[in-house]
Design a protein around this ligand. Structure first.
Ligand code: HEM
Length: 410
């Protein structure tokens, strides 16, 4: 395609070209229009690493995800033309859409299982899951590395944290996959339906915990059931609504990075040999580059609730900002030869998990799952290849990653 096709003026996160491959657009945006005003959506788009940090660390409720962190084109086409109000807190909305203090109150009420100490206590469980999965899959000699391996392991971990039977992992994976699919024509992800479907499945386990007394032994749910901040207990639906981000975040991203990362390493025999020299020491290092190079989440949005000048933009109340994490991961100013996969690249700063108020709650769990799954696979598999003719990377305005990667063992 002619390079003019990627000029900043042609960038639209929901366009077919950007959903097919956003990287060439990002390169031009960083070079020619790092702070880009997308008039169509009354939105400012930031493509450089440092600018994204500057935007996401503006405090004082200047930016709130009151129109969700993933607004659809329909939402963005409606221009707010001035101040927007925060969401009412009765009923209590999804915490990710609120500003301080509600955001922190709701996040802290379910953060315990994601803290480093608790995550470390899950290591043996995750390692057992990964090896049991390989026991089943390796004899088949051919399977989907994204869905059959990483997908089931990550979904099982989320089931475990919700006190849900592990036998529902396949169903959870399918639900999350169907929900993160982008409408190929319109480009958006139907967030409202997404949340509704997730709440349906989650509410059953909230009710169970409440009936069981929510004694803290299932901290992901119990902390929210016990929350008294609003002068009354949260309803079952309000608790379930808070769990949606972890439910999706915990099932969607790690499987894609595990499979894609193992492919990138396999494509570079010299790097693979270096990693294999000492898996214990080298896998955690290689996983950091896999996260930078393969993380599928492309962007997140916020709505301005105050006038703000940042990163070269004078942003008015009601306008939106979109931060391109997918572009930051390839920013030449931050990473030398960013389009190359270098297993032991020195990574000074990571933005793949976001930053500021909304930084990824699952960061420690994600790293643990990735390290264990990559190491378990490399310990047990000498030679492998991929059937790329059958591989699937769906066009997506948001989660651009390998939905399916058929691996052939031996
Ligand atoms: C390597 C895998 C992962 C990556 C690259 C990733 C990336 C991100 C990013 C960039 C954000 C920030 C969104 C924003 O600024 O609006 C985020 C938020 C979030 N992530 Fe992750 N994530 C990963 C794994 C996980 C896991 C395993 C979980 C849960 C078990 C999780 C749960 C969440 C939640 C709940 C949020 C929302 C935080 C908020 O808006 O307050 N993520 N993630």
């Amino acid at each position: 395609m002619a390079t003019s096709a990627y000029e900043p003026a042609k960038y639209d996160p929901f366009s077919q070209d950007a959903m097919a491959n956003p990287l060439p657009f990002y390169e031009r945006l960083r070079e020619e229009a790092p702070t880009f005003y997308l008039e169509r959506y009354d939105t400012w788009v930031f493509s450089r690493f440092q600018d994204i940090i500057d935007v996401l660390t503006v405090s004082g409720n200047a930016f709130i995800a009151s129109e969700t962190t993933l607004p659809t084109p329909e939402i963005l086409l409606h221009h707010n033309r001035g101040a927007v109000s925060e969401l009412p807190v009765d009923p209590v909305p999804n915490g990710a859409m609120t500003g301080s203090p509600h955001f922190e109150v709701l996040r802290n009420a379910h953060i315990k299982p994601f803290r480093p100490t608790y995550v470390r206590s899950l290591a043996d469980f995750v390692r057992k899951l990964a090896n049991e999965r390989l026991d089943e899959l390796l004899p088949k000699k051919r399977f989907d590395l994204t869905q059959d391996y990483g997908g089931i392991v990550s979904a099982s971990v989320i089931c475990h944290l919700l006190d849900m039977p592990l036998s529902r992992a396949g169903e959870v994976l399918e639900l999350v996959n169907s929900l993160s699919r982008t409408d190929p024509d319109k480009g958006g992800t139907d967030v409202a339906t997404t949340v509704g479907r997730c709440v349906e499945i989650l509410i059953e386990y909230v009710v169970k915990r409440r009936e069981a007394g929510a004694d803290g032994s299932v901290p992901l749910i119990d902390g929210l059931v016990q929350l008294g901040y609003y002068g009354r207990p949260l309803t079952d639906a309000e608790v379930a609504t808070q769990l949606v981000c972890s439910f999706i975040g915990g099932t969607e991203t790690v499987p894609k990075i595990t499979a894609h990362g193992l492919m990138e390493l396999n494509n570079r025999p010299d790097q693979m040999a270096a990693v294999r020299k000492d898996l214990d020491r080298n896998v955690p290092i290689a996983v950091e580059e896999m996260i930078r190079f393969c993380a599928p989440a492309q962007w997140f949005a916020r709505t301005a609730h105050k006038d703000v000048s940042v990163a070269g933009a004078d942003i008015r109340k009601g306008q939106r900002v979109i931060v391109l994490f997918g572009s930051a991961a390839r920013d030449e100013a931050e990473f030398d030869r960013p389009d190359e996969f270098i297993w032991n690249r020195r990574i000074k700063r990571v933005l793949s998990f976001g930053t500021g108020q909304h930084y990824c709650i699952g960061i420690h769990l994600a790293r643990l799952e990735l390290r264990i799954m990559v190491e378990a696979f490399l310990r047990r598999v000498g030679n492998y290849s991929f059937d790329l003719d059958k591989a699937v990377r769906l066009p997506s305005s948001f989660q651009w990653g390998w939905n399916s990667l058929p691996v052939v063992i031996g």
